[in-house]
Design a protein around this ligand. Structure first.
Ligand SMILES: [Zn+2]
Length: 489
């Protein structure tokens, strides 16, 4: 008697619950769409707050908030889509490839002038597209996918950035090359020579424009920061790929240009000369795959290079700060050491070098190795060799406290900082967790379903797939061979 009664009672309630289920599904869908639009394409809120020269946080009274300038002038040569293996000697890689060892002038300097020249492997954060990288390099922040959509109509940057700080602190900036710079910073340059960047089939217009203005500008005294952005290697990659004659020709052309730049700087770096305390940076904004693609998070795309050289030789003490990340002999039997840095640290390191406030939203740290390469950092501290030898080891750090309070000697992590990649991990973790909860719940109720279990397995596979893909970012095809340091032996 009891069973039919309960069935009679159940039926009407089941009928009444259908609208409720529909409302619940609708609510879940609406929530999903809301989260998708708010979260998946991470719309980053840009703050229009700016750092100021008189900001004093955590600084003892009487101390200047920001470090004094370590360099008087800075030359930044951006070679778009510069792969790490275009710069580091081929002996650092498993196999020598036709495109390696073309930028001989940089390798030679890194070998001959260890105290004042250094090759860095610079790790960019995805998305590895020029606009996002330029934004990240100047703001010290992390761009997101929503920025990718802005590539085609680059809006001026509202966030605090190096260009803003330079202009505000009376530093004069001249720019030549890729016109993305003038789109991002329409009012920040004292002089600019922009060239259109969108015709990828055109390998030479931008480069020739830069070449026309670069050497004459180096002899001028009307700037403090010079930015020259070449595009040929990026375009050669897109059209012909990395293993191609046009790519090799471009690299050889760049080698010649860089040689001229370095000769010019050297000749003007005598005491009292206009480049007595200038720092040269030759860097990529991102890497590229062998097919010339970029935008993603593979090792070939995120690994680019940064070469730093100061015509003025810093004291021997600098070698204590320079890490021994990876030293190896080049083709000529000379030792070359390569350090690793996060591209994220570029903005604050350059700010520290030039003595301007760090961009407000920057989350990077001063890179001690890059900072130490500028002779001026040592002059500021009146640091003589004897004092160094006495202070030896870690005790050098307090002497350079203003610079190194931000600093840890090694980059804490070689993993990417990208929100996008981390977001993927977090989403997958949450999905796995809810799957496990679902399987557990149904198992304890006794109605274990195979579908749920299969879904959980799939989810675990995806999760490990993502982890594996992300680990390849570091240990990818362009990662250096494992060379023990040869210094001291
Ligand atoms: Zn490109």
């Amino acid at each position: 008697m009891a069973a039919p009664a309960s069935r009679r009672r159940e039926q009407p309630s089941r009928g009444r619950s259908w609208p409720l289920i529909f409302v619940a599904i609708l609510a879940v869908h609406s929530l999903a769409i809301y989260l998708f639009t708010r979260g998946f394409l991470l719309t980053r809120t840009e703050l229009d707050l700016h750092s100021h020269r008189d900001d004093r946080t955590g600084v003892s009274p009487g101390c200047s908030s920001w470090p004094p300038p370590a360099v008087d002038r800075l030359v930044i040569v951006v070679l778009d889509a510069l792969r790490f293996d275009f710069v580091a000697p081929s002996t650092f890689f498993e196999e020598k490839q036709p495109w390696m060892d073309k930028l001989q002038v940089l390798q030679k300097l890194a070998a001959d002038e260890k105290k004042s020249a250094r090759i860095f492997k610079a790790l960019a954060d995805p998305p590895t597209t020029s606009l996002q990288r330029l934004k990240a390099l100047t703001t010290g922040g992390l761009p997101t996918f929503i920025d990718v959509g802005n590539s085609f109509g680059a809006p001026a940057i509202v966030e605090d950035n190096i260009m803003h700080q330079l202009a505000k602190n009376g530093k004069r900036v001249v720019m030549m090359g890729d016109d993305t710079w003038t789109q991002l910073y329409p009012e920040h340059f004292n002089k600019s020579f922009p060239y259109p960047s969108f015709n990828v089939k055109d390998l030479d217009t931008v480069d020739n424009g830069v070449i026309e203005h670069l050497l004459p500008s180096l002899r001028e005294n009307d700037w403090d920061v010079l930015i020259a952005h070449f595009l040929g290697v990026d375009h050669a990659g897109h059209i012909f790929g990395v293993d191609s004659t046009p790519m090799i020709q471009k690299l050889e052309q760049y080698n010649q240009i860089l040689e001229d730049v370095i000769d010019t700087l050297k000749s003007l770096s005598t005491p009292g000369g206009p480049h007595e305390n200038t720092l040269l940076l030759v860097m990529g904004d991102h890497g590229q795959t062998l097919n010339g693609d970029h935008g993603g998070g593979t090792a070939e795309e995120v690994e680019t290079s940064l070469f730093a050289w100061s015509p003025k030789t810093p004291p021997i003490a600098v070698l204590a700060v320079l890490g021994e990340d990876s030293c190896n002999f080049d083709l000529h039997g000379n030792e070359v050491c390569v350090s690793t840095m996060q591209q994220l640290d570029f903005a604050v390191t350059v700010s520290a070098l030039l003595g301007i406030p760090f961009p407000f939203g920057s989350i990077g740290r001063v890179n001690p190795e890059l900072y130490a390469l500028s002779a001026g950092t040592w002059d500021n501290q009146k640091m003589d060799i004897k004092a160094y030898q006495e202070s030896a080891g870690a005790r050098i750090i307090p002497k350079l406290s203003f610079a190194f309070t931000l600093v840890t000697i090694r980059a804490a992590s070689l993993l990417s900082n990208s929100y996008i990649l981390t977001e993927g991990r977090v989403a997958n973790f949450l999905l796995s967790t809810s799957c496990i909860a679902g399987v557990w719940h149904s198992a304890t109720k006794g109605n274990f379903s195979i579908e749920e279990f299969v879904f959980l397995l799939l989810n675990i596979c995806t999760r490990y797939g993502i982890e594996f893909g992300m680990s390849k970012q570091i240990a990818g095809p362009t990662a250096t061979k494992d060379h023990p340091s040869t210094r001291g032996s």
